[in-house]
Design a protein around this ligand. Sequence first.
Ligand SMILES: Cc1ncc(COP(=O)(O)O)c(C=O)c1O
Length: 467
Amino acid sequence: MPSNAPYDAEEVRRQDIAHHFHPFTDFADFKKTGSMILGEAEGAYLTDSGGKRYLDGIGGLWCVNIGYGREEMAQAIAQQARQMVYYSSFGHHTSVPAAQLAAKLASLAPGPLNHIFYGTGGSMANDTAVRMIHFYFNRLGQPAKKKIITRHDGYHGSSYLTMSLTGVAFDHTGFDLVPGDLIHRVSSPNCYRRPDGMTEAEFLDYLCDEFVQKIEEIGPGNVAAFFAEPVMGAGGVIVPPKGYHSRFAEICREHGILYVADEVVTAFGRLGHFFASESVFGMVPDIITSAKGLTSAYAPLSATILSDEIYDVLSVPQAKGAMFTHGFTYSGHPVCCAAGLKNIEIMEREDICGHVRKVGPYFERRLKTLQDLPLVGDVRGSHFMLCVENVADKTTKELLPPEVSVGKRIAEACQKRGVLVRPIAHLNVLSPPLILTTGEIDRLVDVLREGILEVAGQLTAEGHKLS
Ligand SMILES: Cc1ncc(COP(=O)(O)O)c(C=O)c1O
Protein backbone atom coordinates (compact mmCIF):
# COMPACT_ATOMS: atom_id res chain seq x y z
CA MET A 1 0.00 0.00 0.00
CA PRO A 2 1.36 3.47 -0.78
CA SER A 3 2.50 5.57 2.21
CA ASN A 4 -0.88 7.34 2.39
CA ALA A 5 -2.58 4.01 3.25
CA PRO A 6 -5.08 4.42 6.11
CA TYR A 7 -3.32 1.77 8.19
CA ASP A 8 0.11 0.86 9.48
CA ALA A 9 1.10 -2.27 7.53
CA GLU A 10 3.61 -3.46 10.12
CA GLU A 11 1.04 -3.15 12.88
CA VAL A 12 -1.55 -5.05 10.80
CA ARG A 13 1.02 -7.78 10.14
CA ARG A 14 1.70 -8.11 13.88
CA GLN A 15 -2.02 -8.17 14.74
CA ASP A 16 -2.65 -10.79 12.09
CA ILE A 17 0.14 -13.11 13.22
CA ALA A 18 -0.82 -12.74 16.88
CA HIS A 19 -4.59 -13.12 16.58
CA HIS A 20 -5.88 -14.19 13.19
CA PHE A 21 -6.04 -17.99 13.01
CA HIS A 22 -5.92 -18.56 9.26
CA PRO A 23 -7.65 -21.45 7.52
CA PHE A 24 -5.63 -24.00 5.49
CA THR A 25 -2.26 -22.62 6.63
CA ASP A 26 1.23 -24.05 6.80
CA PHE A 27 2.33 -23.03 10.28
CA ALA A 28 5.94 -24.02 9.55
CA ASP A 29 6.62 -20.49 8.32
CA PHE A 30 3.45 -18.48 9.05
CA LYS A 31 4.57 -17.09 12.39
CA LYS A 32 7.82 -15.83 10.83
CA THR A 33 6.61 -14.56 7.49
CA GLY A 34 3.00 -13.63 8.21
CA SER A 35 0.73 -13.07 5.23
CA MET A 36 0.59 -10.80 2.24
CA ILE A 37 -1.73 -7.93 3.17
CA LEU A 38 -4.08 -7.12 0.35
CA GLY A 39 -5.35 -3.58 0.60
CA GLU A 40 -7.08 -2.85 -2.68
CA ALA A 41 -8.51 -4.65 -5.68
CA GLU A 42 -9.88 -3.60 -9.04
CA GLY A 43 -10.91 -5.72 -12.03
CA ALA A 44 -8.55 -8.70 -12.10
CA TYR A 45 -5.84 -6.99 -10.03
CA LEU A 46 -4.92 -6.83 -6.35
CA THR A 47 -2.59 -4.38 -4.63
CA ASP A 48 -0.59 -5.35 -1.56
CA SER A 49 0.39 -3.20 1.42
CA GLY A 50 3.64 -2.23 -0.30
CA GLY A 51 1.77 -0.89 -3.34
CA LYS A 52 2.72 -3.81 -5.60
CA ARG A 53 0.07 -4.87 -8.10
CA TYR A 54 -0.74 -8.49 -8.98
CA LEU A 55 -2.79 -10.12 -11.71
CA ASP A 56 -5.06 -12.54 -9.84
CA GLY A 57 -4.83 -15.96 -11.44
CA ILE A 58 -6.83 -17.47 -8.58
CA GLY A 59 -9.99 -15.36 -8.55
CA GLY A 60 -9.75 -15.04 -4.77
CA LEU A 61 -10.49 -18.75 -4.30
CA TRP A 62 -12.30 -19.70 -7.51
CA CYS A 63 -14.94 -17.14 -6.64
CA VAL A 64 -14.44 -13.51 -7.68
CA ASN A 65 -16.03 -14.24 -11.03
CA ILE A 66 -17.04 -10.72 -12.15
CA GLY A 67 -13.81 -9.19 -10.83
CA TYR A 68 -13.05 -6.81 -7.98
CA GLY A 69 -14.21 -3.32 -7.17
CA ARG A 70 -17.60 -3.23 -8.89
CA GLU A 71 -19.33 -0.04 -7.74
CA GLU A 72 -22.75 -1.44 -8.67
CA MET A 73 -22.23 -4.36 -6.30
CA ALA A 74 -21.22 -2.03 -3.47
CA GLN A 75 -24.34 0.09 -4.17
CA ALA A 76 -26.69 -2.92 -4.20
CA ILE A 77 -25.25 -4.20 -0.92
CA ALA A 78 -25.35 -0.76 0.74
CA GLN A 79 -28.89 -0.11 -0.49
CA GLN A 80 -30.21 -3.39 0.97
CA ALA A 81 -28.31 -2.81 4.23
CA ARG A 82 -29.97 0.60 4.54
CA GLN A 83 -33.43 -0.52 3.50
CA MET A 84 -33.85 -3.75 5.44
CA VAL A 85 -30.60 -5.31 6.54
CA TYR A 86 -31.92 -8.50 8.03
CA TYR A 87 -34.84 -10.45 9.28
CA SER A 88 -34.94 -14.18 9.86
CA SER A 89 -36.33 -16.25 7.00
CA PHE A 90 -37.48 -18.97 9.41
CA GLY A 91 -41.13 -19.77 8.89
CA HIS A 92 -43.39 -17.18 7.40
CA HIS A 93 -41.05 -14.24 6.80
CA THR A 94 -39.05 -13.40 3.72
CA SER A 95 -37.27 -10.49 2.08
CA VAL A 96 -37.64 -9.13 -1.43
CA PRO A 97 -34.16 -10.17 -2.63
CA ALA A 98 -34.40 -13.69 -1.09
CA ALA A 99 -37.62 -14.37 -3.00
CA GLN A 100 -36.46 -12.71 -6.23
CA LEU A 101 -33.11 -14.51 -6.23
CA ALA A 102 -34.76 -17.88 -5.57
CA ALA A 103 -37.00 -17.37 -8.61
CA LYS A 104 -34.02 -16.27 -10.70
CA LEU A 105 -31.94 -19.30 -9.67
CA ALA A 106 -34.86 -21.63 -10.43
CA SER A 107 -35.04 -20.12 -13.92
CA LEU A 108 -31.29 -20.66 -14.49
CA ALA A 109 -31.00 -24.17 -12.98
CA PRO A 110 -31.88 -27.24 -15.07
CA GLY A 111 -35.59 -28.09 -15.56
CA PRO A 112 -37.03 -29.55 -12.36
CA LEU A 113 -34.53 -27.92 -9.98
CA ASN A 114 -36.81 -25.19 -8.72
CA HIS A 115 -36.38 -24.93 -4.94
CA ILE A 116 -33.59 -22.99 -3.27
CA PHE A 117 -32.34 -23.43 0.26
CA TYR A 118 -29.85 -20.72 1.26
CA GLY A 119 -26.72 -20.96 3.38
CA THR A 120 -23.53 -18.97 3.56
CA GLY A 121 -20.90 -21.21 1.95
CA GLY A 122 -20.23 -24.35 -0.04
CA SER A 123 -19.72 -26.53 3.03
CA MET A 124 -23.08 -25.47 4.37
CA ALA A 125 -24.72 -26.15 1.01
CA ASN A 126 -23.38 -29.72 0.98
CA ASP A 127 -24.11 -30.30 4.66
CA THR A 128 -27.67 -29.18 3.98
CA ALA A 129 -27.91 -31.56 1.02
CA VAL A 130 -26.95 -34.54 3.23
CA ARG A 131 -29.46 -33.58 5.93
CA MET A 132 -32.21 -33.14 3.36
CA ILE A 133 -31.42 -36.44 1.65
CA HIS A 134 -31.60 -38.30 4.96
CA PHE A 135 -34.86 -36.55 5.84
CA TYR A 136 -36.20 -37.38 2.36
CA PHE A 137 -35.57 -41.12 2.65
CA ASN A 138 -36.93 -41.16 6.20
CA ARG A 139 -40.10 -39.55 4.87
CA LEU A 140 -40.30 -42.11 2.09
CA GLY A 141 -40.15 -44.87 4.69
CA GLN A 142 -36.68 -46.01 3.61
CA PRO A 143 -34.66 -45.18 6.73
CA ALA A 144 -31.85 -47.60 5.83
CA LYS A 145 -31.00 -45.54 2.74
CA LYS A 146 -28.36 -43.27 4.27
CA LYS A 147 -24.88 -44.02 2.89
CA ILE A 148 -23.16 -41.52 0.64
CA ILE A 149 -20.68 -42.36 -2.10
CA THR A 150 -18.05 -39.75 -3.02
CA ARG A 151 -14.75 -39.89 -4.92
CA HIS A 152 -11.13 -39.99 -3.87
CA ASP A 153 -9.81 -36.44 -4.41
CA GLY A 154 -13.28 -34.88 -4.46
CA TYR A 155 -13.58 -31.70 -2.38
CA HIS A 156 -16.86 -30.86 -0.69
CA GLY A 157 -15.99 -28.55 2.20
CA SER A 158 -14.44 -28.21 5.59
CA SER A 159 -17.24 -28.71 8.12
CA TYR A 160 -17.04 -31.99 10.02
CA LEU A 161 -19.42 -33.74 7.66
CA THR A 162 -18.28 -32.18 4.40
CA MET A 163 -14.60 -32.78 5.14
CA SER A 164 -15.63 -36.40 5.61
CA LEU A 165 -17.29 -36.30 2.18
CA THR A 166 -14.07 -34.80 0.84
CA GLY A 167 -11.68 -37.41 -0.53
CA VAL A 168 -8.43 -35.42 -0.52
CA ALA A 169 -6.34 -37.53 1.88
CA PHE A 170 -3.95 -34.64 2.62
CA ASP A 171 -6.84 -32.60 4.04
CA HIS A 172 -7.71 -35.35 6.53
CA THR A 173 -4.27 -35.40 8.15
CA GLY A 174 -4.50 -35.16 11.92
CA PHE A 175 -8.29 -34.76 11.95
CA ASP A 176 -11.06 -37.27 12.59
CA LEU A 177 -13.74 -38.05 10.07
CA VAL A 178 -17.38 -38.78 10.81
CA PRO A 179 -17.31 -42.10 12.68
CA GLY A 180 -18.87 -45.22 11.21
CA ASP A 181 -19.35 -46.12 7.58
CA LEU A 182 -21.63 -43.33 6.44
CA ILE A 183 -19.29 -42.36 3.62
CA HIS A 184 -17.80 -44.61 0.94
CA ARG A 185 -15.47 -43.71 -1.89
CA VAL A 186 -14.77 -44.67 -5.47
CA SER A 187 -11.82 -43.71 -7.69
CA SER A 188 -11.08 -40.27 -9.00
CA PRO A 189 -11.80 -40.07 -12.76
CA ASN A 190 -8.25 -38.84 -13.31
CA CYS A 191 -7.41 -39.58 -16.95
CA TYR A 192 -3.75 -38.54 -16.56
CA ARG A 193 -3.19 -41.18 -13.89
CA ARG A 194 -5.48 -43.88 -15.26
CA PRO A 195 -4.08 -47.42 -15.34
CA ASP A 196 -1.41 -47.88 -18.03
CA GLY A 197 -2.62 -49.04 -21.41
CA MET A 198 -6.29 -48.14 -20.89
CA THR A 199 -8.05 -45.93 -23.40
CA GLU A 200 -10.27 -43.17 -22.03
CA ALA A 201 -13.36 -45.19 -23.00
CA GLU A 202 -12.02 -48.28 -21.23
CA PHE A 203 -11.22 -46.15 -18.20
CA LEU A 204 -14.83 -44.95 -18.13
CA ASP A 205 -16.09 -48.56 -18.25
CA TYR A 206 -13.70 -49.40 -15.42
CA LEU A 207 -15.01 -46.49 -13.29
CA CYS A 208 -18.63 -47.44 -13.97
CA ASP A 209 -17.97 -51.08 -13.04
CA GLU A 210 -16.27 -49.98 -9.85
CA PHE A 211 -19.24 -47.73 -9.00
CA VAL A 212 -21.78 -50.52 -9.56
CA GLN A 213 -19.66 -52.91 -7.50
CA LYS A 214 -19.45 -50.40 -4.67
CA ILE A 215 -23.25 -49.95 -4.70
CA GLU A 216 -23.74 -53.72 -4.64
CA GLU A 217 -21.22 -54.13 -1.84
CA ILE A 218 -23.03 -51.57 0.36
CA GLY A 219 -26.46 -52.69 -0.87
CA PRO A 220 -28.56 -50.35 -3.05
CA GLY A 221 -31.15 -50.21 -0.28
CA ASN A 222 -28.54 -48.54 1.94
CA VAL A 223 -27.13 -46.01 -0.54
CA ALA A 224 -28.80 -42.59 -0.50
CA ALA A 225 -26.68 -40.41 -2.74
CA PHE A 226 -23.62 -39.88 -4.88
CA PHE A 227 -21.79 -36.55 -4.58
CA ALA A 228 -19.57 -35.32 -7.42
CA GLU A 229 -18.11 -32.08 -8.73
CA PRO A 230 -18.64 -31.82 -12.52
CA VAL A 231 -14.94 -30.98 -12.76
CA MET A 232 -13.02 -31.74 -9.60
CA GLY A 233 -11.41 -28.60 -8.23
CA ALA A 234 -9.12 -28.73 -5.22
CA GLY A 235 -8.43 -32.44 -5.83
CA GLY A 236 -6.50 -31.54 -8.98
CA VAL A 237 -8.79 -30.00 -11.62
CA ILE A 238 -9.91 -33.35 -12.96
CA VAL A 239 -12.09 -33.37 -16.07
CA PRO A 240 -13.67 -36.84 -16.16
CA PRO A 241 -13.72 -39.04 -19.26
CA LYS A 242 -16.35 -38.09 -21.84
CA GLY A 243 -19.80 -39.36 -20.84
CA TYR A 244 -18.85 -39.98 -17.19
CA HIS A 245 -21.59 -37.91 -15.55
CA SER A 246 -24.41 -39.24 -17.74
CA ARG A 247 -23.30 -42.84 -17.17
CA PHE A 248 -23.02 -42.30 -13.41
CA ALA A 249 -26.41 -40.56 -13.34
CA GLU A 250 -27.92 -43.53 -15.18
CA ILE A 251 -26.42 -45.96 -12.66
CA CYS A 252 -27.78 -43.80 -9.83
CA ARG A 253 -31.27 -43.80 -11.38
CA GLU A 254 -31.21 -47.57 -11.86
CA HIS A 255 -30.38 -48.03 -8.16
CA GLY A 256 -32.66 -45.33 -6.71
CA ILE A 257 -29.69 -43.18 -5.66
CA LEU A 258 -29.80 -39.37 -5.71
CA TYR A 259 -27.15 -37.55 -7.73
CA VAL A 260 -25.78 -34.40 -6.09
CA ALA A 261 -23.72 -32.16 -8.36
CA ASP A 262 -21.40 -30.03 -6.26
CA GLU A 263 -21.21 -26.97 -8.49
CA VAL A 264 -19.66 -24.72 -5.85
CA VAL A 265 -16.84 -23.95 -8.29
CA THR A 266 -18.27 -24.87 -11.70
CA ALA A 267 -21.48 -22.80 -11.50
CA PHE A 268 -21.76 -19.11 -12.37
CA GLY A 269 -19.68 -19.04 -15.48
CA ARG A 270 -16.40 -20.80 -14.74
CA LEU A 271 -17.12 -23.35 -17.50
CA GLY A 272 -19.07 -20.87 -19.63
CA HIS A 273 -22.59 -21.49 -18.27
CA PHE A 274 -24.57 -20.59 -15.17
CA PHE A 275 -24.64 -24.29 -14.30
CA ALA A 276 -22.38 -26.90 -15.88
CA SER A 277 -24.26 -30.15 -15.17
CA GLU A 278 -26.76 -29.95 -18.02
CA SER A 279 -25.19 -27.30 -20.28
CA VAL A 280 -21.71 -28.86 -20.34
CA PHE A 281 -22.21 -32.48 -19.29
CA GLY A 282 -25.72 -33.16 -20.54
CA MET A 283 -27.17 -34.50 -17.31
CA VAL A 284 -29.71 -33.24 -14.80
CA PRO A 285 -28.84 -34.02 -11.20
CA ASP A 286 -31.37 -34.28 -8.38
CA ILE A 287 -29.63 -31.60 -6.33
CA ILE A 288 -27.11 -28.89 -7.22
CA THR A 289 -25.06 -27.18 -4.54
CA SER A 290 -23.50 -23.80 -5.31
CA ALA A 291 -21.83 -20.86 -3.57
CA LYS A 292 -18.71 -18.83 -4.49
CA GLY A 293 -19.53 -17.27 -7.89
CA LEU A 294 -23.19 -16.90 -6.86
CA THR A 295 -22.23 -13.49 -5.46
CA SER A 296 -18.72 -13.39 -6.96
CA ALA A 297 -17.62 -13.32 -3.28
CA TYR A 298 -19.07 -9.86 -2.62
CA ALA A 299 -21.10 -11.50 0.20
CA PRO A 300 -21.19 -15.05 1.60
CA LEU A 301 -24.08 -17.00 0.11
CA SER A 302 -24.79 -20.56 -0.95
CA ALA A 303 -27.73 -22.31 -2.55
CA THR A 304 -28.78 -25.95 -2.27
CA ILE A 305 -31.07 -26.36 -5.26
CA LEU A 306 -33.57 -29.20 -5.06
CA SER A 307 -35.79 -30.88 -7.60
CA ASP A 308 -39.58 -30.55 -7.46
CA GLU A 309 -39.79 -34.22 -6.58
CA ILE A 310 -37.52 -33.89 -3.52
CA TYR A 311 -39.13 -30.63 -2.40
CA ASP A 312 -42.57 -32.18 -2.64
CA VAL A 313 -41.51 -34.90 -0.19
CA LEU A 314 -39.65 -32.56 2.18
CA SER A 315 -42.41 -29.98 2.31
CA VAL A 316 -45.26 -32.24 3.41
CA PRO A 317 -45.81 -31.64 7.15
CA GLN A 318 -44.56 -34.58 9.23
CA ALA A 319 -47.48 -34.20 11.59
CA LYS A 320 -49.93 -31.51 12.60
CA GLY A 321 -47.90 -28.64 14.08
CA ALA A 322 -44.58 -30.23 13.17
CA MET A 323 -41.88 -28.15 11.53
CA PHE A 324 -39.11 -28.72 9.05
CA THR A 325 -36.28 -28.05 11.49
CA HIS A 326 -33.25 -27.23 9.38
CA GLY A 327 -31.88 -23.74 8.85
CA PHE A 328 -29.38 -21.07 9.77
CA THR A 329 -29.66 -17.55 11.13
CA TYR A 330 -28.25 -16.24 7.89
CA SER A 331 -30.22 -18.46 5.52
CA GLY A 332 -31.48 -16.05 2.86
CA HIS A 333 -29.67 -13.03 4.30
CA PRO A 334 -31.18 -10.10 2.37
CA VAL A 335 -27.86 -8.32 1.82
CA CYS A 336 -26.24 -11.48 0.41
CA CYS A 337 -29.27 -12.18 -1.79
CA ALA A 338 -29.17 -8.59 -3.10
CA ALA A 339 -25.50 -9.22 -3.97
CA GLY A 340 -26.47 -12.45 -5.75
CA LEU A 341 -29.16 -10.71 -7.80
CA LYS A 342 -26.87 -7.87 -8.86
CA ASN A 343 -24.06 -10.33 -9.66
CA ILE A 344 -26.32 -12.32 -11.99
CA GLU A 345 -27.63 -9.10 -13.56
CA ILE A 346 -24.04 -8.04 -14.33
CA MET A 347 -23.13 -11.48 -15.65
CA GLU A 348 -26.12 -11.46 -18.00
CA ARG A 349 -25.70 -7.86 -19.12
CA GLU A 350 -21.99 -8.34 -19.92
CA ASP A 351 -22.50 -11.87 -21.24
CA ILE A 352 -19.71 -13.13 -19.01
CA CYS A 353 -20.62 -16.76 -19.77
CA GLY A 354 -20.31 -15.98 -23.49
CA HIS A 355 -16.90 -14.39 -22.85
CA VAL A 356 -15.75 -17.55 -21.02
CA ARG A 357 -17.03 -19.77 -23.84
CA LYS A 358 -15.14 -17.64 -26.35
CA VAL A 359 -11.88 -17.02 -24.48
CA GLY A 360 -11.75 -20.26 -22.47
CA PRO A 361 -10.52 -22.44 -25.37
CA TYR A 362 -7.78 -19.84 -26.06
CA PHE A 363 -6.76 -20.04 -22.38
CA GLU A 364 -6.62 -23.86 -22.61
CA ARG A 365 -4.54 -23.72 -25.81
CA ARG A 366 -2.14 -21.14 -24.42
CA LEU A 367 -1.62 -23.10 -21.19
CA LYS A 368 -0.97 -26.29 -23.14
CA THR A 369 2.07 -24.58 -24.72
CA LEU A 370 3.78 -25.11 -21.33
CA GLN A 371 3.83 -28.83 -22.01
CA ASP A 372 7.28 -28.54 -23.60
CA LEU A 373 8.82 -27.41 -20.29
CA PRO A 374 10.72 -29.56 -17.83
CA LEU A 375 8.54 -30.38 -14.79
CA VAL A 376 5.23 -30.06 -16.67
CA GLY A 377 3.66 -33.52 -16.75
CA ASP A 378 0.10 -32.51 -17.56
CA VAL A 379 -1.86 -29.39 -18.43
CA ARG A 380 -5.59 -29.91 -17.98
CA GLY A 381 -8.93 -28.44 -17.12
CA SER A 382 -11.60 -26.53 -18.93
CA HIS A 383 -12.23 -22.86 -19.69
CA PHE A 384 -11.42 -20.79 -16.56
CA MET A 385 -10.64 -23.83 -14.39
CA LEU A 386 -7.16 -25.04 -15.32
CA CYS A 387 -4.12 -26.65 -13.80
CA VAL A 388 -0.51 -27.63 -14.41
CA GLU A 389 0.73 -30.85 -12.82
CA ASN A 390 4.46 -30.73 -12.06
CA VAL A 391 6.40 -34.00 -12.02
CA ALA A 392 10.03 -35.14 -11.75
CA ASP A 393 9.75 -37.57 -14.66
CA LYS A 394 7.43 -36.80 -17.54
CA THR A 395 7.46 -40.40 -18.81
CA THR A 396 6.86 -42.28 -15.56
CA LYS A 397 4.85 -39.34 -14.07
CA GLU A 398 6.85 -39.74 -10.87
CA LEU A 399 6.46 -36.84 -8.45
CA LEU A 400 9.15 -34.85 -6.67
CA PRO A 401 9.37 -35.43 -2.92
CA PRO A 402 6.63 -33.40 -1.17
CA GLU A 403 9.18 -31.40 0.87
CA VAL A 404 10.40 -29.81 -2.38
CA SER A 405 7.07 -27.90 -2.41
CA VAL A 406 7.31 -27.47 -6.14
CA GLY A 407 3.87 -25.88 -6.54
CA LYS A 408 4.57 -23.35 -3.81
CA ARG A 409 7.97 -22.46 -5.25
CA ILE A 410 6.53 -21.87 -8.70
CA ALA A 411 3.73 -19.75 -7.18
CA GLU A 412 6.35 -17.68 -5.35
CA ALA A 413 8.37 -17.22 -8.54
CA CYS A 414 5.19 -15.96 -10.26
CA GLN A 415 4.26 -13.72 -7.33
CA LYS A 416 7.67 -12.03 -7.59
CA ARG A 417 6.73 -11.24 -11.18
CA GLY A 418 3.33 -9.82 -10.24
CA VAL A 419 1.07 -12.79 -10.97
CA LEU A 420 -0.77 -14.96 -8.42
CA VAL A 421 -1.25 -18.66 -9.20
CA ARG A 422 -2.45 -21.19 -6.66
CA PRO A 423 -0.18 -23.93 -5.39
CA ILE A 424 -1.88 -27.15 -4.30
CA ALA A 425 0.84 -29.68 -3.41
CA HIS A 426 2.67 -30.33 -6.72
CA LEU A 427 0.04 -28.53 -8.80
CA ASN A 428 -0.46 -24.95 -9.90
CA VAL A 429 -4.10 -24.11 -10.35
CA LEU A 430 -5.56 -21.24 -12.39
CA SER A 431 -9.08 -19.97 -11.74
CA PRO A 432 -8.97 -16.25 -12.50
CA PRO A 433 -11.85 -13.78 -12.60
CA LEU A 434 -13.94 -14.51 -15.69
CA ILE A 435 -13.27 -11.09 -17.19
CA LEU A 436 -9.66 -11.79 -18.20
CA THR A 437 -8.75 -10.58 -21.69
CA THR A 438 -6.59 -12.62 -24.07
CA GLY A 439 -3.75 -10.17 -23.33
CA GLU A 440 -4.01 -10.90 -19.60
CA ILE A 441 -4.16 -14.64 -20.32
CA ASP A 442 -0.95 -14.27 -22.35
CA ARG A 443 0.74 -12.53 -19.42
CA LEU A 444 -0.47 -15.15 -16.96
CA VAL A 445 0.87 -17.99 -19.09
CA ASP A 446 4.14 -16.21 -19.93
CA VAL A 447 4.85 -15.52 -16.26
CA LEU A 448 3.98 -19.10 -15.33
CA ARG A 449 6.45 -20.28 -17.99
CA GLU A 450 9.17 -18.08 -16.47
CA GLY A 451 8.29 -19.30 -12.97
CA ILE A 452 8.43 -22.96 -13.96
CA LEU A 453 11.77 -22.47 -15.77
CA GLU A 454 13.23 -20.65 -12.78
CA VAL A 455 12.21 -23.40 -10.36
CA ALA A 456 13.28 -26.19 -12.75
CA GLY A 457 16.72 -24.52 -12.91
CA GLN A 458 16.93 -24.30 -9.12
CA LEU A 459 15.88 -27.93 -8.69
CA THR A 460 18.49 -29.13 -11.16
CA ALA A 461 21.14 -27.07 -9.36
CA GLU A 462 20.01 -28.68 -6.09
CA GLY A 463 20.67 -32.12 -7.57
CA HIS A 464 17.13 -33.23 -8.46
CA LYS A 465 16.95 -35.26 -11.64
CA LEU A 466 14.27 -33.93 -13.97
CA SER A 467 13.41 -35.86 -17.10
C1 LIG B 1 -16.39 -28.09 -4.99
C2 LIG B 1 -16.43 -27.43 -3.65
N1 LIG B 1 -17.41 -27.72 -2.79
C3 LIG B 1 -17.50 -27.14 -1.59
C4 LIG B 1 -16.57 -26.21 -1.18
C5 LIG B 1 -16.67 -25.61 0.18
O1 LIG B 1 -17.05 -24.29 0.08
P1 LIG B 1 -16.80 -23.30 1.30
O2 LIG B 1 -15.32 -23.16 1.45
O3 LIG B 1 -17.49 -22.04 0.84
O4 LIG B 1 -17.46 -23.87 2.50
C6 LIG B 1 -15.53 -25.86 -2.04
C7 LIG B 1 -14.53 -24.88 -1.64
O5 LIG B 1 -13.55 -24.63 -2.30
C8 LIG B 1 -15.44 -26.49 -3.30
O6 LIG B 1 -14.44 -26.23 -4.13
